[in-house]
Design a protein. Structure first.
Length: 441
């Protein structure tokens, strides 16, 4: 409702209080236009003087009157608080509508993450910057990038309810120097660790002036999310996790050992082809059940720019995750369109897994006590061969022991975020996060 304020003039006439003598009255009653020939010059002079005096008195009274009206109006506006009506300006009040940025028009940014300004991280933002819940989306891999998700996150995050931050981790995607651009850029990331990656997330958060955000991560993204939350717990509103990977020797052994697949002929054939290539190009015999040996042998080939080693690594993992037979890749036919992604994934997986499991163990489970200040949701696929369910159960057990608030859902799905059953679970978790946030608000 728009109200208006009208300034009203006084209803009564203003009368002059200057006394008028009989002589002045006579002059006024006999007053004619000064051009009238019947009036003498003396009469005209006296009449004009009388009129001036009366007019001056009248003007003085009017000035005083309107001054008092102005003062009284100001006083009433300041002190008239008992009224049920509030004063509003004459112009209608315009309510501000937050600017909504759809994912297709996301704002892109780069930020330096090292002191020498040799590495910069790319990230993009979309959604409701002003009133949306901030979300950090942590992609998997290692070595994947935001572009690999084909804007799929719009299925989960409403651009009215959320402000979404998506980061290409250092060396991946649009972050520079990118291993996707050239295998020679691997040299910049020989000492990379999960601690460096999550420190980059903090640089992004500070640059956006975000106090806290909900962190969402799956597969290797869950590793980074857990690591971030244990190091910066005060910055987390909640965690939503998929396909738990704890960065342990046991997990790597499970995926990269022949014994895992002996009861599954198709998977065994995939592994044998994967192993035969690296054995053929190694100077010493390798143990097919020793994951560390296999990873180090593949790493040497990958870092030398061996395209077929890169491709074999990528194909083996892709085919483990793929549930649609039509999307299986051929290890003997390099797909030029996806090769840049394969190059990035092969390098970062071998380097980060060797570092986090053997060279400088991450020990994420030993730090779960830091995760008891916010809610956590876990969606774990029962048919996930890349991140087997038993490690998600270990994580849930550790959370329970630490007294953390969490929801664990074991569901009949595979590994991918796009699996229909996994999608339902993630959306349900997100809906519960929204409801929980509204209760606490």
């Amino acid at each position: 409702m728009t109200s208006e304020v009208h300034h009203r003039h006084p209803a009564h006439a203003v009368e002059a209080t200057h006394p008028v003598s009989e002589q002045e009255s006579a002059h006024l009653l006999s007053y004619h236009h000064p051009w009238t020939k019947h009036m003498s010059m003396d009469d005209d002079h006296e009449t004009r003087a009388a009129l001036r005096d009366n007019l001056h008195s009248t003007f003085r009274l009017l000035i005083v009157f309107f001054g008092l009206v102005g003062v009284l109006t100001a006083v009433l506006l300041v002190f008239h608080t008992g009224s049920t009506k509030k004063w509003t300006p004459l112009m209608p009040v315009r309510h501000h509508t937050p600017t909504i940025v759809p994912i297709e028009a996301a704002h892109e940014h780069w930020i330096w993450v090292d002191q020498n300004h040799t590495m910069k991280v790319w990230y993009r933002t979309w959604g409701n910057r002003e009133t949306g819940q901030p979300v950090l989306f942590v992609h998997g891999g290692p070595g994947n990038a935001i572009a690999d998700y084909n804007n799929g996150n719009k299925k989960f995050f409403s651009d009215e309810l959320f402000f979404v931050v998506e980061v290409d981790q250092r060396g991946t995607g649009n972050s520079q120097p990118s291993v996707r651009d050239s295998w020679r850029n691997m040299k910049y990331y020989m000492d990379i660790s999960i601690d460096e990656i999550v420190a980059d997330f903090e640089i992004v958060r500070v640059s956006l002036d975000i106090d806290q955000w909900m962190v969402w991560g799956g597969s290797f993204g869950s590793t980074l999310t857990i690591n971030y939350a244990t190091r910066y717990p005060e910055r987390c509103l909640a965690l939503i996790l998929r396909g738990i990977y704890l960065d342990t020797v046991e997990e790597v052994d499970t995926v990269y050992s022949r014994s895992t697949y002996v009861k599954h002929p198709n998977r065994l054939a995939e592994f044998d082809g994967f192993f035969e290539y690296v054995q053929l190009h190694s100077n010493e015999p390798l143990n097919p059940n020793n994951a560390e040996e296999i990873l180090r042998a593949y790493e040497r080939l990958i870092q030398s720019g061996d395209k077929y080693a890169i491709w074999h690594w990528h194909v083996f993992e892709n085919n483990l995750m793929e549930t649609n037979p039509e999307n299986l890749l051929d290890p003997e036919v390099i797909g030029n369109k996806v090769f840049p992604e394969a190059q990035s994934v092969a390098f970062f997986e071998t380097r980060l897994w060797l570092h986090g499991s053997w060279e400088s163990p991450s020990n994420l489970l030993s730090r779960v006590d830091e995760l008891n200040g916010f809610p956590i949701w876990i969606c774990q696929g029962q048919y996930d061969e890349v991140c087997p369910p038993k490690y998600a159960q270990k994580f849930a057990n550790a959370l329970q022991k630490a007294g953390a608030e969490f929801t664990f859902r074991s569901i009949p799905s595979g590994h991918e975020q796009t699996d229909p059953v996994m999608e339902v679970c993630l959306k349900k978790s997100l809906r519960e996060f929204i409801e929980d946030s509204q209760v606490h608000d």
